[in-house]
Design a protein around this ligand. Structure first.
Ligand code: DGL
Length: 269
């Protein structure tokens, strides 16, 4: 039974790759909604409608479990989907919680009351839709007290990455880090709250400085998925992956190879 991994574009490949390494016997189907990326500048209703259509495509392909490897979809649509849309026998999981659990020093599913944690000043970099949803702050408040979060909406970065314009992406990341530092001069930790941003992780780290701990989701989600699968072992397969896109498969495959530095062949969704 393949596990579905969904993103608006290529960013979720960072999560998929970590999951493939951590779980080499699991089959995955990746879906990039490239025709509609970026999601980060869309309304919550628009993101909900696009995300449910994409997840339905993965259910139709036989996936019982779909990971939203997209913070924007997790922030704007996941709760609404879980409350009224996900059919019986299917599951949809997001990417925030593993990251926040790591930052707040919690084990998976630890629902004890919020408590003080070591990090006090956190910079959040995410898409405009994720920042305006305040979903990170909400999930954090369930688990930690006394953490000051300064959010920076990083307009333009996802478009530049999807277009393969890494010079522009790098310049935008530097200017967003500068803007953040004007609001919070000394963050202790930074959250890369968009699955595209690990592709720019070195630039974030350099601009923030070596003393800032940068959290990105890929490995954390891989670990938390492994943990989930020990409780749901029916998901084991033969380690094959398929790649679907709503965009132009040739163009999307070329970009995927550029970023992930291995052969990845997308076909039409
Ligand atoms: N990778 C998506 C995320 O994690 C990008 C969103 C977009 O398409 O703007 O938020």
């Amino acid at each position: 039974m393949a596990i579905g991994v969904f993103d608006s574009g290529l960013g979720g490949l960072t999560v998929l790759e970590a999951a493939q390494k951590r779980l080499p016997d699991v089959d995955f189907i990746y879906l990039a909604d490239s025709a509609h990326a970026p999601y980060g500048v869309r309304t919550a209703d628009d993101i909900y409608n696009l995300t449910t259509a994409a997840v339905q495509r993965l259910f139709d392909a036989g996936c019982d479990l779909v990971i939203l490897a997209c913070n924007t979809a997790s922030a704007a649509a996941l709760r609404r989907m879980q409350e009224g849309w996900v059919p019986e026998g299917k599951r949809v999981l997001g990417v925030f919680v593993p990251l926040i659990e790591a930052m707040t020093e919690r084990q998976w599913g630890d629902n004890s009351p919020p408590r003080e944690v070591a990090v006090k000043h956190v910079a959040l970099f995410a898409t405009p839709a994720t920042v305006s949803s305040r979903a990170f702050q909400r999930e954090l408040a369930f688990r930690a007290i006394g953490v000051d979060v300064e959010a920076q909406a990083c307009g333009g970065v996802v478009d530049a990455i999807e277009d393969g314009d890494m010079i522009l992406a790098e310049a935008l990341v530097r200017s967003h880090v500068d803007a953040l530092k004007r609001k919070m001069p000394h963050p202790q930790a930074a959250i890369l709250g968009c699955t595209h941003y690990p592709l720019m992780q070195d630039v974030f780290q350099q601009a923030l400085g070596a003393d800032v701990q940068v959290y990105s989701q890929a490995n954390l989600v891989g670990e938390s998925l492994a943990d989930y699968l020990t409780r749901h072992p029916d998901k084991m397969g033969t380690g094959t992956s398929a790649y679907l896109t709503t965009g132009d498969p040739k163009r999307v495959s070329d970009r995927a190879v550029q970023f992930m530095r291995r052969q990845i062949t997308f076909v039409s969704a």
